[in-house]
Every structure is written in C-alpha cells, then in structure tokens.
Design a protein around this ligand. Structure first.
Ligand SMILES: Cc1cc2nc3c(=O)[nH]c(=O)nc-3n(C[C@H](O)[C@H](O)[C@H](O)COP(=O)(O)OP(=O)(O)OC[C@H]3O[C@@H](n4cnc5c(N)ncnc54)[C@H](O)[C@@H]3O)c2cc1C
Length: 686
C-alpha cells in the first residue's frame, strides 16, 4: 500500500517562503514533548491546564511533556509568568493607543486579544469588556474556580439584573425591552421603586409580571431549555471518562450528536420555536425584505425563516393588557444581547443556550473574569510543582517545587507554522520561536492570521513549502467530480501525483471562513441617561438592563444598555457610538472610559469579532479538532500534529463552550501522547 506521502505528491499550492530560520531556540528531544498553544484566552489556557493534569495523573509516561508554551499577541497579565525573552519579543504598541494601565489585557493595535478581558477603572470597579456572565451550571468554569478558591471568587454579575447588593440604595433595578421610538415592550423598573415593598417582594412581582406577559410560552420555553440542559450535562460525564473510545470526540458535531442535540445546530432558532409551538408576533420583527424601510435598520440580510407557521391563533394575547409575545420580545432581545443576531440568524442550539441564564443563578469572577485565564496557567504549573514524579528531584517532601517552569506564557504574534516530518516550527515574521511536537490553535482560524505550511513531503528542498491541507486531503477522485464540486473555488486545488492519482485539498467549511459578528463595547462614566429620549418622564425609574427588539436595535443602534452603577454605563452596539449619539443618550458631560471594537469595519476588522455568524445553522459544520496529522501525512507513527480548539465555536460560542472545546482537544492530545489510553475491551456505551 502506498504511503500517504507518496500519494500526496502534487503541490496543493506551492509556496516558497522566505523563512530563513536561524537555529531554532530549542530543539525537540527524543520523547520529550514540547507543546505550543497559540492563543492565551479561555481555550488556550484551559487546554494547558487539562494537559498538565493528564501529564501528572498519567500512570505511565508521566511528565512526558517537557514544556507547554502559550503564545499570545497580548502581554501576560501582570504577575503571571512571563518568559525571559518577552522583552525582546514585543509586538510594537503604538504610542497614543489608549490602554488603561489597569487593563488586564493590553492589546496591541489591530489585535482584539482575548474575548474575556476586564478593565479596572480608576475609582475601583472592574468592568468586563467581553465575556461577562457565567451561568452557575457551567461545570468546567466552576471546577476552575474550585481549583483555586483563594484566587478565584464568585460574585453576582455587575452586568446582570440579579445583583442584590444594592437593594438598599437607589441603584436602578429591573429590566426592559426597548422597541425604539420611545416605546417599551416591557419595563419592570417601576416595580422595584414601590415604597414600602421589600426587594424580595419586588423581585416576586417582577417574576409574576413576566409570567403574566408571556404565559404558557414561558413555561414551554423553560421546559425545552431544561431538557436541553439535561442532555447537555452528559458532556461532563463523557469528558471525564477516559476509558471509553466513544468519549474521544473528533469534532464538535460528535459532541452534539452524543447529547442528541445535533439536529438543533442545523435549524434556525425560529424553526425550533415553531416546533415548540411558541406564538410569534411578526409585527414586532423586521423581516429581511422590508428592513430597509427603517432608517439604519439591518438584519444583515439573512433570509427569513422558511417556516410559514406563524401562529395567528394566539394573536388575541396582544389585546389583553400586560400580555405580549415571548418569542418576538424576550427571546429576540436576549439573542440580540448575547450574539447580536436575530432569530433567523441564530441556530436552534445557540438559541436555547442563550436562554439558559435567564432566571438562573449567574456569576462573575471577583477582580475580573480574566483571572480565570491566569488561574488556569497557575494551576497547570502547580500540577507539576505538586507532583512527586514530575518535579526535578530536588526535593522529596510534600510540596515539591519544580526546579524549572514547564508552563510558560510568552508574548508572540505567530505568523507562520511550518510542519516538517518531525516537528512544527513557529515563526513571528521570519524569527523562529521554536520547534514543537504538537501545536494547538486556540484562536478562531479566521482571526489568527497564520500561514500554515508544510515542507515538501519529498523532502528534497526544505524551503519549498505547501499550504497545509487543514481540511484534509481527498484523493483518488475523478477530476470531473472535483470540477463539479467547486468549479472556481480557490481553496480547493486539484493535483495529480506521480502515480496519476488525483488529490485535492478539501475546501474549508463555512464555519472556518465566515465572519464573526461585530460588537462594540463602550464603557461610559458620568452619564445621565436621557429618559425623555426613551419615552420616560424625568421621575420615572430607568431599568438596570435594557435589551432591544429588532426594531429597537435598528432605530437606536445599540444592542444592550446596562447601568453598572450610578453614572456608569456599558453598552453593546454593532458600530461605534459617535459623539452626537452619545450626547443624546447620556448627556454632554459623559466620559468614554473605554471602547473595545470586536470586529467591525476598518482594515483589520475582518480579523476580529465576538461570535461566529451562525447563519441559521448553515455554518454549523465544523472542522475536526485534529486539523493536521503529520504522522499520517508522512506515513510514520510519530509525527507532529496541529489541533484546533475553536472548531467548537461553529454552532455555539460562550466561555463554557470554549472550556468544553479545550477539554475535548486535550483528551485527544493526551491520548496521542499515551498519557491516557482508552480500554479497547470496554465496549460499554456510556
Ligand atoms: C462582547 C462579548 C460579550 C460576550 N459575552 C459573553 C458572556 O456573557 N458569557 C459567555 O459565556 N461568553 C461571552 N462571550 C463569548 C466568550 O467571550 C468567548 O466565547 C470566549 O471568550 C472565547 O475564548 P477563546 O479563548 O476561544 O478565544 P479568544 O478569547 O478570542 O482568544 C484567542 C486568543 O488568541 C490570541 N491570538 C490570535 N491569533 C494569534 C496569533 N497569531 N498569535 C498569537 N496569539 C494569537 C488572541 O490575542 C486571543 O487572546 C462574549 C464575547 C464578546 C466579544
């Protein structure tokens, strides 16, 4: 049988790069494994922690991992191990770039950095710019908290609506859904300002108001979410299992399939809600073909739900005082808030996930959610320090500080990864950052700006590099089949090998090329909300959290407004809020403390964004977690490999989902290294 290498002879896309590597700083030693993690966000730091644990818990081969280096374009948070050459390895930070000195994660210009990032304002409050709210049922994040309880402490979310700390003062409470043009679909703020009513009573009143408004639909939705969460929770059992082969997931779709939730990833949220029988008031929505009628409106042109099953039978509800439509109000508002996508753009699974936090216990990390990442790396190193077999033998008692650090966080902008037969070499421009056995990409492929290349499998000329076939190779296919599949696709190039076999690099699925949605986070202090602009009287209370309907978003330009404390406001919007807009909303004396653009326009906007465009489930097909297998490619048992944690984001994106991707990937890597071995005799289904 021909080896894979000899079959894959034709250059997929011949590239000769000027990678004139000086001697690599560290060579790969026999059986000492070096792992590079590209990306120091939740995915990258969690995968590091899980791998360190597997290495330390392994019965055989323990401490097989010589070093894990986490590379990120951003500086490591202060106090976190920062490798010695960081100073020489700096990414230029432009002068005049506003980076608050207290930011946990100063970002170099043109790079958005980790999507979990917090700033500490001068007068003390910590504000989350990206991922802020964590649901208490998120077990992997919960375990991370429990692993470092002196460093990580839960606190009620500043951004949410359930912060009871300030019941006794005049802080705004309640939530509203703003429909634009001075109209509210629901506004519970007033319930919280009734005299002589204790706060727990006002909370109960709020629950009754919401239940009355949305009635049976709310209960149906809760039931669907509860069922989905029960299925979802199976993942935790599966991820902790190393015995059964079936718990090693090759791709995110394997995970959703195991839970029985895969179908939900491929339908629009609207279609799912139709199936759940939820009443839809389409007069509250912007259907894509008439959205241009509203100035500034945009539904990103996504097609309307294919379903025509809009349940007019229940339309009577809107004529009864206080009743409304859960689907077109609250579900739509929550989708816009969490993913900046409407119900046609969301897929069914991400829709349900977005609703899980509603009415449930939520938390943030005291001091900022970015501490999760710091703690993950601390805990990874601690695994080695605490291990008697992994410390370097200088000390025999209880706590055994390792004489050297196995976990490093290095500032570096990876621009090229070149795989040879034995290793993968990382480059920042043409400077080598080392050779590694395994590289784990922990950033979205479309955001990382990396050239993934392989040396010629023939090994004739090391400077002759091919594009790494990230989506795999299809071989022995008929030329006409290729042409039929992608007549003009540049990402699918046809080649013949010397035996006349046809092979081509498969096209990347849409999830690996689709743009991420843009969100702008603006933190504003000294703000006075212009209540009359929102159709309220000066004396009316303003709700703490404001969601928007599709029309509200189109007319107002914001997707969420949260009053963090008196005068301190955080908004999410699709685009930057200009001064005129901010003056209208928050008065002329407001101060912009920070503006973080996730994606958006501009030269580099395409490399950023908050969460993938789910396109109603059309982008749910993902890449596998193992993107490139050098061993298979070169036809040898022990070769380099490239893994991809963020494949998991194709159908759902959230902090816990990144943690799940990290755990699933780390299991595959640990199995490859022999740190964990499934029991081939164990045929039991989970
Ligand atoms: C505005 C906003 C609000 C959100 N709200 C919530 C929420 O309330 N709850 C929730 O659960 N989730 C929320 N999310 C989603 C959540 O933050 C993300 O799903 C999660 O943080 C993704 O983590 P990650 O590590 O996979 O990716 P990222 O955080 O994007 O990390 C990737 C890292 O890789 C680095 N990197 C990229 N390319 C390179 C390179 N070439 N070389 C070196 N380093 C590189 C980047 O600097 C970055 O630090 C929100 C996201 C945003 C933007």
């Amino acid at each position: 049988m021909l080896g894979f290498a000899s079959r894959f002879m034709g250059p997929l896309l011949l590239v000769v790069v000027a990678v004139t590597a000086a001697a690599a700083p560290s060579e790969v030693h026999h059986r000492q494994r070096r792992i590079a993690v590209i990306g120091g966000g939740i995915s990258g730091t969690f995968v590091t922690k899980y791998l360190a644990e597997y290495d330390n818990n392994a019965i055989k081969n323990s401490c097989l991992i010589d070093e894990i280096v986490v590379f990120d374009v951003s500086l490591p948070p202060p106090g976190l191990f920062d490798s010695e050459d960081n100073n020489n390895n700096n990414v230029e930070v432009e002068e005049n770039t506003y980076i608050p000195s207290s930011s946990s994660d100063p970002r170099p210009p043109n790079w958005q950095g980790s999507r979990v990032s917090s700033i500490t304002l001068n007068d003390g409050p910590v504000v989350e710019l990206g991922g802020s709210i964590i649901y208490n049922g998120n077990k992997l994040v919960g375990n991370m908290m429990d692993g470092d309880p002196t460093f990580l402490q839960r606190m009620p979310p500043m951004d949410g609506d359930n912060n009871d700390d300030d019941n006794n003062n005049n802080s705004p409470r309640g939530f509203g859904i703003y429909h634009g043009n001075q109209t509210w679909l629901i506004n519970t703020a007033r319930l919280h300002t009734m005299l002589l009513v204790p706060s727990f009573v006002s909370s109960i009143l709020e629950s009754f108001t919401v239940l009355w408004r949305y009635g049976y639909d709310l209960l149906r939705m809760k039931r669907a979410v509860t069922q989905a969460v029960q299925k979802f929770d199976m993942i935790y059992v599966a991820l902790n299992d190393t015995e059964h082969e079936s718990t090693y997931f090759n791709s995110p779709m394997d995970i959703w399939r195991m839970m029985g939730l895969d179908v939900l990833t491929t339908v629009t949220y609207h279609d799912l809600l139709d199936r759940l029988g939820l009443y839809r008031d389409s007069t509250l929505e912007l259907i894509s073909n008439n959205h241009t009628a509203i100035a500034g409106g945009s539904t990103n042109g996504s097609p309307s739900s294919s379903s025509s099953n809009i349940n007019h039978y229940w339309d009577w509800r809107k004529w009864i005082p206080g009743m409304g439509c859960l689907r077109s109000e609250l579900l739509s508002g929550v989708s816009i808030n969490t993913y900046n996508q409407d119900l046609n753009q969301m897929n069914g699974l991400v829709g349900l996930v977005s609703f899980v936090p509603v009415g449930n216990e939520l938390f943030q990390v005291k001091g900022g959610n970015h501490r999760l990442m710091e703690s993950a790396l601390r805990q990874a190193q601690l695994s080695y320090d605490m291990s008697s077999s992994c410390s370097d033998g200088n000390n025999n008692e209880g706590y055994l500080p390792s004489s050297r650090r196995r976990i490093n966080r290095q500032r570096g902008r990876i621009t090229t990864v070149v795989s040879s037969k034995d290793s993968m070499e990382l480059f920042e421009d043409n400077k080598s950052l080392g050779k590694f056995n395994i590289v784990i990409l922990a950033a979205p492929l479309q955001q990382c700006r990396i050239n993934f290349l392989i040396q010629s499998p023939m090994g004739l000329d090391e400077t002759l590099l091919h594009t790494m076939p990230l989506s795999g190779i299809k071989d022995n296919v008929d030329k006409s089949e290729v042409e039929e599949r992608s007549p003009s696709s540049s990402s699918s190039s046809m080649t013949d090998n010397e035996y006349g076999h046809h092979s081509f690099a498969s096209s990347l699925p849409a999830s690996a090329t689709v743009k991420y949605t843009s969100v702008v986070t603006t933190v504003i202090s000294n703000a006075t909300v212009n209540k009359t602009h929102f159709g309220l009287l000066e004396n009316d209370p303003f709700p703490r959290s404001v969601l928007v309907s599709e029309r509200g978003k189109a007319l107002e330009g914001i997707t969420t407004l949260t009053i963090l404390s008196n005068g301190l406001i955080k908004t999410f919007s699709s685009e930057t809020l200009d001064m005129e807009k901010r003056n209208i909303l928050f008065g002329q004396y407001h101060i912009v403390e920070y503006e973080q653009i996730w994606g958006g326009g501009g030269e580099y906007g395409q490399y950023g964004g908050a969460t993938p465009s789910f396109d109603g489930g059309r982008n749910s097909e993902s890449l596998p977690f193992l993107l490139y297998d050098g061993a298979k490619h070169w036809g040898q048992s022990d070769g380099p490999a490239l893994y991809y944690v963020n494949a998991i984001e194709s159908a759902v994106a959230a902090i816990e989902i990144s943690a799940i991707g990290a755990k699933a990937t780390s299991k595959l890597v640990a199995r490859r290294l022999g740190l964990i071995i499934p029991n081939i005799n164990s045929h039991d289904e989970l």
